[in-house]
Design a protein around this ligand. Sequence first.
Ligand code: AMP
Ligand code: MG
Length: 407
Amino acid sequence: MSPVASSPRSVDEHRAVVAALLTPMPAEDVPVGQARGRVLAADVVAGVALPSFDNSAMDGYAVRAAEVAGAPVELPVEADIPAGRTDVPPLRPGTTHRIMTGAPVPAGADAVVPVEQTDGGLDRVRLSAAPAPGAHIRRAGEDVRAGEVVLSAGTVLGAPQVGVAAAVGCETVPVRRRPRVLVLSTGSELVAPGTPLRPGQIYESNGPMLAAAVEDAGGSAELLRFVPDDVEQFLGRLRERLADGSVDLLLTSGGVSAGAYEVVKDAFTGRGVEFVKVAMQPGGPQGAGRLAELGGVGVVTLPGNPVSSHVSFEVFVRPALRAALGHPHPRRPVVTATLGERWSSPAGRRQFRRGVLDAVNGTVRELGGPASHLLGALARAECFVVVPEDVTDLPEGSRVETWLLDG
Ligand code: AMP
Ligand code: MG
């Protein structure tokens, strides 16, 4: 009697199973200068307005515009106001102050004449152009008002966001703690780069690749040294590291398919991890669950083929990490592109094919091919093209869902 094949789990169902392994990360305060790439846990409210006082947009002379209306005009220079001066005297009628960019505009002045429109005099100055009232003055609060929300919870802090947080006076910002992800590869054929290869051996690449992917997604990765296909060594390494409960998610690669020596499957079966076939390609064999005897830590077991590993990370793990960080858009940006060639695709499986996108005409083409060992091609890809389960023939010109990878 042949075994009854259970129907595969859908991509969306497995994505939900993986997402449920992580809860929202708690908030922590970090110095603003170390906040790049972090996700805000709460709104940032401006402690000061931007600009916080009326200041000069130019190096020049602060004037009353009405007094310079008949330019050229010559006026005495009564004060010098560099940026940073805090005791600025008011501007008396019939006089000017020399003023630098960013310096406070004196009370009484309503315009700045740029130095280029003057003779640059120090005691008296000849002003050759009449400024409009308000010319070259940056008004307090015209960019940001005090008390306004300048950055909202869920924002990823890139350079401009770090800049504005510092500008409104934040010494620290509240961000989500980064999920701590332990990465462990398995395979008796694996050798660390830097060591000569014997026939049948390969360099271990999933570990560094997945650790990089975790960091890209906003997590904090710890890479354990890979283990051979040996259940005791595999469990031993994990028991040692997981004892202190400081890991949010364990990510393994390899050892989950249908062959013999499937170390991850052998070690975790019956211990809280469910091994399933997901209706996707690449990346069919998957596992996820909580390891009861290791503190209930969440675990996702990715297949070993490098492209399968990467694609499964993108489809299942990256959105889970980003959701736990409170990111408003956990998924990759998606565009609809035009297929520049004809494809066929297997029925019943969602395919994630690697492509390059011609951004000018919106056409996408495959790189390498659908096979899951083509890591060189993956490394040159710019996007995934998603072919739905029920689509088997894609004529050239088909409109296809395209996920934009980093760039
Ligand atoms: P497995 O899922 O363990 O059966 O591995 C499937 C394929 O992926 C095999 O060709 C392995 O040699 C390869 N593979 C598994 N783990 C890694 C890894 N960490 N680095 C590079 N290749 C790997
Ligand atoms: Mg293996």
